[in-house]
Design a protein around this ligand. Structure first.
Ligand code: ZN
Length: 157
């Protein structure tokens, strides 16, 4: 995979504390050469998306080859932070002890404005629906880790 310079013209996203007090960093694959841009983006308040240099489509998750055209060259763009709910599930119990403090909680599948779909927790609300407009935020864990999450942006996306 070849990567070219990163476009940071996208949104700087709000950073909020994760509501639970659990240390969550152990749940994340440590940054490596191919994922460092994503993690550096979260640290800087941005959701970075890998974009194929050949066809221009963004992809989630990160991959060494484009799933649409097999292109190996890619760059990174900062996401706008806008999206629309495609599906969701509400967890009534925690499957890991780190999430017990926030049960019940909702996990969304969101189609980002840039095209790819990704999963994330719905923050600050218990209400989700298909077609709901959402905005990306970044949650800060007590151990310093960060992850993208979503908040309702009101109305349809
Ligand atoms: Zn491609």
């Amino acid at each position: 995979m070849t990567t070219s310079p990163t476009d940071l013209s996208g949104a700087v996203l709000p950073v909020r504390p994760y509501p639970g007090q659990a240390a969550l960093a152990r749940l994340v694959i440590p940054p490596s050469g191919s994922t460092r841009t994503y993690h550096d983006g979260l640290a800087a308040g941005r959701l970075m998306l890998q974009r194929c240099s050949a066809c221009g489509r963004c992809r989630v998750p990160m991959a060494p080859v484009c799933p649409y055209c097999d292109g190996e060259a890619a760059d990174w763009i900062a996401a706008s932070g806008r999206g629309q709910v495609v599906s969701f599930v509400r967890y009534a119990r925690a499957h890991l002890p780190e999430f017990e403090a926030i049960v019940p909680y909702t996990v969304l599948c969101v189609q980002l404005a840039e095209g790819p779909r990704m999963f994330g927790r719905l923050a600050g609300s218990d209400t989700a629906w298909i077609g709901q407009g959402v905005a990306v935020i970044i949650e800060q864990w007590v151990d310093g880790g960060r992850a993208p999450a979503f908040v309702s942006s009101g109305g349809a996306g």
